[in-house]
Design a protein around this ligand. Sequence first.
Ligand SMILES: [Zn+2]
Length: 315
Amino acid sequence: MRHVIALDVGGTGMKAALAGADGVLLHQARRATGRERGPDAVVTSVLDFAAELRAYGERRFGEPAAAAGVAVPGIVDAERGTAVYAANLGWRDVPLRALLAERLGGIPVALGHDVRTGGLAEGRIGAGKGADRFLFVPLGTGIAGAIGIGGSVEAGAHGFAGEIGHIVVRPGGAACPCGQRGCLERYASAAAVGEAWAAASDNPKADAADCARAVEFGDPRAVRVWQDAVDALADGLVTALTLLDPRVLIIGGGLAEAGETLFTPLRAAVERRITFQTLPSVVPAALGDTAGCLGAGLMAWDLLTTTPTTSEVTT
Ligand SMILES: [Zn+2]
């Protein structure tokens, strides 16, 4: 049976799958990146994992994978197939596509940015299914974004398109590791909400989920922390939707797990701010932490449907 390899490389762990033509995951596996052994060891782990998946697919389905898709964190040059920079893996200019193609017998390989790859899956087969234009915004340790247009995700000229977390929403505000002040992710990421609630509740262990629960119990301090985050988020999202006019706004990541505790005030806060813009539907992400793997599989299948030969795309 024809299938592809899908790999989602995170900071500490890798998720992998073999995906069929309909996007269904036929086999799934997880493994540590081994980043404590250094950047080269992570590359070796990725290549070994991919080679094992190829061998497994050949045994189980009677033929090796026809293509592979890989999602990696940091800055990615999808055109050159290079992982340009990934702080959490120690990577700089790793030609991952060429290395994988060589290890996998010359099959076509697609390399993508983790958030944009997850966004591709959410937009095509997840919460935005069928939407021609969407914006995917995961609220986790930081805030990232993926801009979906006509079935693909926009990377930008330099690989930074969609970095909504670094829109300045509070000029002169909290310092951000990116070098600016007042970035959205310093106010509305799950990490930022957790920090704000830990300070407000005098409990250093409290996190964003604790804050959401306290909001549900009507704790006025939690409601204040939560509303500050929602207002910052709405400010950032309104900037994004003024520029992009998406049909669907898909919110994911840890903070979205609060469900309607987040979505009800967020829709209201966005609606209060817009004037001429059309309010998109604001929906929770549907694919959870398999989005990256599903998206990597879609990228691999796209190579098979859009490229007639294998040699041009692997070099
Ligand atoms: Zn920033």
